[in-house]
Structures are given as C-alpha cells and as structure tokens.
Write a protein that binds this ligand. Sequence first.
Ligand code: CTP
Length: 399
Amino acid sequence: MLKGKTVVIGISGGIAVYKVCDVVSRLKKLNANVHVIMTKSAKEFVAPLTFQSLSQQPVIEDMFDKVTKWDIEHIALAKAADIFLVAPATANIIGKIANGIADDMLSTTIMATKSPVLIAPAMNTNMYENPIVQNNMKKLEEYGYDFIEPDSGRLACGDKGIGKLASPEAIVENIKLKLLQNNFLKGKKVLVTAGPTKESLDPVRYLTNHSSGKMGYAIAEAAILKGADVTLISGPVNINKPIGLKNFIQINTANEMFEAVTDNYLEQDIIIKSAAVADYRPATFSNNKIKKSNNDMNLTLTRNEDILKWIGKHKKEHQTIVGFAAETNDILHNGQKKLVKKNVDLMVINDISKPYAGFGTDTNQITLIDIYGGKQSYPIMQKKELANIILDYIIKFNK
Ligand code: CTP
C-alpha cells in the first residue's frame, strides 16, 4: 500500500519511544521505506539497534561530534522524505521547531525538509496544557505542520489526563491519509450509513442482526482517502472510527438512524446506505424486565421507516443514492426490484448466504446494477478493495 513511499521518523526522548517500534513495524508491513532519526535522549529509552532491525536501515543518531558523513546524509533524507513523522514529540522538540532552533540532527533535518510534517506529541498533561507549548503548536499549525492529538488516560508519571502518545494504529492511519489522499472526490460530501441497528424490547433485551459495519466503514475510509467530506452514521460496531471523518453520528435504533439521515441528507452529494437497518422493532418497550411465564410468548413488531426509500423519494438533482441489497435467493432479480422500488441510482447486491460474503466477513462478492441498465459483477474480494470499486463506479457514473 505504501510501496515506494519514504517515511522519515524523528524520535525524541520520552517513555512512549517504545510505541514507535510498532509504528515502524506497521509501516514496513505496508511496504514503506522507513528511516529513523533519534535524539540523544530518545536513545536512553530504546536502543537504536531495535529501530535499525525494524526499519532495516541504519538509524541516524545524534553524533555531530563524531561522524560527519551523516551530516550530508540527513539532508539527503530530508529531501527523500514523502512524509516526516515526529513521534513522540516532546515539548522540547516542538519548542525548537516552532522557534527555528536547529541544534541537533533531528531538528536540522526537520528544518531542511519540504515534505509534510506530522507531529505526535507525548508529554505530561500540565506540560501539554502549558500555554507556551500550546502557542508553539498553534504557531506550527499556522506554518502548515500537522498534529496527531495525544490520547487521554493514565500517564507514565502516574497523572491522569491528556498527553499519551496516540496509538500506533492512529499514527499509521494519519500517515496513510497524508500519503494516499487524492482528489477524486474533493469537494464532495458523502454520507455513509453502516452497521446494524439495535431495537430494544426491555432494559436487557434487544433485536439486531449480524452486520459488523466492515463494509460501510471501508467505504467511509476509502471516500476520505479520495478527498471527500465524509459523514458516517453508525450503529453499534466494534471498529475504530476512520481517521479524517468530518462528522460521526452514533445511533442505536432505526428511528435514530432515520433522524440522523434526514437531518443530514440535504447537503450530501453521495449517500451510501450500507447499514443493515431493522425492518421492524418491538411494538412496545417495557420499562421493566419482561418476566417469563410457562406459555409461549408472542412478540408484536411494528414497521420501521424504510430510510433508503425515503431518501429515494426526496432525492435532489445533484445527489447519487446508493443502496445495498442483502439477498439469499434470486439475488439479481430481487436487487433489481429494490433498485426500482427505492429509486436509487446504484444498487450493490450481495448474496449473504455465501460464507465469504455479507455479514461479518472481511470479504464480499458483489454485483453492481445502476438505473441506466449497467451491470457489473466482481469476484470475491476484500471489503476494503470493494469499497474503492464502488466509489470508482460512482465517480465514473457522475462524469
Ligand atoms: N434499508 C433502509 N431502511 C430500512 C431497511 C433497509 O434504509 N428500514 C436500506 C438498507 O440500508 C439497504 C437497502 O435498504 O441499503 C436494502 O436493505 P435490505 O435489507 O436488503 O432490504 P429490505 O428493503 O429491508 O427488504 P427485505 O428485508 O424484504 O429483503
């Protein structure tokens, strides 16, 4: 995914240095070229050999006094960088960059690079909240440097608060976003719904379905990488929010999803309804736990609004509406019927009876049909790849 891309990582001294080992390893798995520069204090936390082994490149250390060869090489590296990451970034290195101080290998290399620079701070909460540090960060943002906000939690010093280095996963997602974002959907607003809905019966029980949200989240992520402003409306799932979302709305019930969609649909250019919305909800909600009896129990269900059908009915000229059809039989025929009935532009049909497709799996097999009679089937693929295929189809469709 990052083949041919060069990531230079500047490591300054803090307990979070160990987490950067994971960042390097993740980037290598994505086939990036990774080069590491360590400050003197960073080396107190993790030995350069660890980073050398993980990056499969010599680590540039702060050795001004000993070696002059690096002096030239670090400028070459500053030029070669497609992106420069500073992690963990201490208050000290942030202060140095913000004030133009270049007195060691890392600060001089940052000064010399023209690549985008991502800074992931990690420090004690009081230091992070100190107005001097805040001002330095603001100043750097104005110069075009980007920050990956630290997490909150228990810090190494025992304090609780903001200042933990962002997770390696979040750091890598930010790098991916910076390196891979293109303009195919620049200026477009895309709304994606994902995951199941959860319809409560009483305080302990609910009706739901097997949707994992993987397809919808993959689409949201792919749309962000194509430069779109993405709103994600999600049912309860176990997936991290994609990095770079414009708007995230968490819902539980179909009614909540309906409200969130209708509140947000007007300004959207593309609406992709991959959520598995419950067609019915319990007719009544019992405030108390329903007690069992010796008899069978009948549950009365009442219809939920068909959200996609509602959008189809209220569709605006500039909008492209995409629906999903989860089918187990007569899949093309049923998908075609849904395309017409719900007045959508494109229907993504999948056969959820297959073990490699539909709910919960990482793969899917889809057929796309559009209102102009276009039809295209695809082999079994990763949902992440299919997300791109669906978006590319929409982009072509809108030309
Ligand atoms: N959908 C919706 N609101 C509902 C039910 C479904 O917006 N109350 C949307 C889904 O998000 C999907 C499409 O309609 O994009 C088709 O969903 P699917 O479950 O395949 O079909 P249904 O319309 O529910 O029909 P059936 O369950 O009878 O197959």
